[in-house]
Ligand binder design. Structure first.
Ligand SMILES: Cc1cc2nc3c(=O)[nH]c(=O)nc-3n(C[C@H](O)[C@H](O)[C@H](O)COP(=O)(O)OP(=O)(O)OC[C@H]3O[C@@H](n4cnc5c(N)ncnc54)[C@H](O)[C@@H]3O)c2cc1C
Length: 478
């Protein structure tokens, strides 16, 4: 008998439960489907696709070493499954549960109907501490840690060879995928993921907490695992496990090379948990991808979309040096730290008063680590539309002084300010002669912040004890 292992956002051979279990029972076809329609969606771009291709090549070579290379199919998942099920008399399909965008959710529903019609069993296994069918969050934390404390699965010992040919992987151009050049993007694959966690735990993590918000240093001292977790080049359980082994070794002084800063490691582990906490929100309420979590905010920004403000923000030309440096750096590297992401969203939502639903895709296109569960939850938090979180409006001028005091990051990315004296770099509009060619600021930060704050707080005070707020708290707070 032959089963299919359907790889989705779990592009690895280690700690892959469906691969491990299926390969113990039967021959398997390790399958990845490149779905043309998925790559036409507005939230993805070629940086995601190119990272995917690197991950697929790495996965295929690891599978080949075990005996059977990865089988690529290009096209519509239902049609591809229909053909494979008939040609290979398939009775079992194995995969992880996927919590991704609305498109993948609907595709899974269609595949479920197909499998049931064909009497094929779909063995879907939960992963990364996200659970299907929860009514509330009462047991979530316990379930999460129970899973994360397990020992990861190893890779299968061997795969039997199957008589089936793989298709070639098309290029991003072949599929006409939205292109936004990213010269400094991370390179995909399971090996890269392991090399990153190793370098993080042996040296880079020491100043993790100290530098976490610095746009200049966090590139080096944050783990940079987000894209590898998003594509499943490494599982969350593996990251917990590898971190635990390193921590135990450091505590017992077994590994003299391994000098860990425990404050940094604890802060890192909290964030790993946040990852699943946010993805669980999307699993429990898929419409947060396109609707405000609290409907009391539905009418505040819709009518005010200012295209000129949006374009200035999108292109890093707002006249606020740190905002523009962050956006330009993000476009070129595919990554920026948490605080700078929050500040970019807060500026767009609060100072420019733009509806997040109209700018969220620009960010999803340029974050190589785009993960819908975290992305939309965070964007809504920073836009103040959840009704349950503290309203936080970042001041881009204060952030500039705090996080890039010497202006090194700003000067690196905003060439127009190269000759700007440091005393004016954070607020160039104060320079009397303004000799440099940098754009004028598009809004007054102080005025726009006060206006946004008063509107958001006035709604918040009205809904504090409403039934909707209570329901949101019950559903999403653990
Ligand atoms: C508006 C906004 C949008 C975001 N969109 C995404 C996204 O699409 N994909 C994404 O992975 N992260 C997103 N984040 C969260 C966070 O900024 C990134 O996870 C982090 O910067 C990734 O860098 P790192 O891997 O070096 O993280 P580290 O600081 O080393 O943390 C380790 C891991 O923990 C998780 N993590 C860290 N911070 C958070 C957080 N605040 N919430 C949830 N999980 C977290 C990530 O998986 C990360 O890889 C977003 C944050 C904001 C404010």
């Amino acid at each position: 008998m032959t089963d299919i292992v359907w790889f989705k956002r779990d592009l690895r051979v280690n700690d892959h439960e469906p691969l491990y279990l299926a390969s113990k029972k039967n021959k398997i076809i390790p399958l990845y489907i490149i779905e043309n329609d998925f790559w036409k969606q507005p939230d993805v771009s070629d940086r995601h696709y190119n990272f995917l291709v690197e991950s697929l090549n790495d996965l295929s070579s690891s599978l080949q070493n075990l005996g059977q290379e990865l089988i690529i199919r290009v096209g519509d998942a239902e049609k591809i499954f229909t053909k494979l099920i008939e040609e290979h008399s398939i009775q079992n399909i194995w995969s992880h549960e996927e919590t991704w965008n609305n498109w993948t959710y609907e595709r899974d529903m269609r595949c479920r109907r197909l499998f049931s019609k064909k009497n094929v069993r779909w063995n879907e296994i939960h992963v990364n501490g996200v659970f299907r069918g929860l009514n509330d969050r009462k047991s979530w934390a316990r379930m999460f840690y129970k899973e994360m404390n397990k020992i990861p699965f190893g890779r299968p010992e061997k795969l039997d060879i199957i008589n089936i040919k793989s298709e070639n992987i098309p290029s991003a151009d072949d599929l006409s995928i939205r292109s936004i050049e990213c010269p400094y993007r991370q390179f995909g694959g399971e090996k890269e993921a392991h090399s990153l966690i190793d370098s993080f735990l042996t040296s880079r993590s020491y100043d993790y907490s100290k530098n976490i918000s610095s746009p200049l240093y966090s590139h080096e001292t944050c783990s940079r695992l987000s894209t590898y977790l998003a594509f499943g080049n490494i599982s969350l359980k593996q990251v917990f496990y590898i971190t635990k082994v390193a921590t135990d070794n450091a505590k017992n002084n077994k590994d003299s090379n391994n000098i860990l800063n425990f404050r940094s490691i604890n802060a890192f582990k909290s964030r790993l948990r946040w990852r699943s906490h946010f993805i669980q929100k999307l699993e429990d309420q898929p419409n947060i991808e396109s609707q405000n979590l609290h409907d009391a905010y539905n009418d505040i920004r819709q009518a005010h979309f200012n295209e000129e403000f949006y374009v200035a923000w999108r292109d890093g030309k707002t006249g606020f040096p740190l905002i523009d440096a962050c956006m330009r750096s993000l476009i070129q590297t595919g990554w920026i730290n948490f605080r700078m992401r929050a500040m970019l969203v807060s500026f767009a939502s609060n100072n420019l008063w733009l509806d997040w639903r109209k700018f969220a895709h620009h960010l999803s296109n340029i974050f190589t680590d785009y993960e819908p569960g975290i992305h939309y939850s965070q964007i809504q938090m920073q836009s103040g539309t959840t009704g349950i979180n503290t309203i936080r409006i970042y001041n881009p001028v204060k952030q500039s002084y705090d996080q890039d005091k010497d202006g090194v990051f700003i000067k690196k990315w905003v060439g127009e300010l190269e000759d700007c004296p440091i005393e004016y770099l954070h607020e160039p509009w104060k320079h009397e002669t303004k000799k440099f060619t940098y754009t004028s600021r598009i809004v007054d930060e102080n005025e726009t912040r006060k206006k946004a704050s008063s509107q958001l707080y006035s709604i918040k005070s009205k809904i504090r004890n409403s039934e909707t707020t209570k329901k949101i708290l019950k559903k999403h707070v653990s």
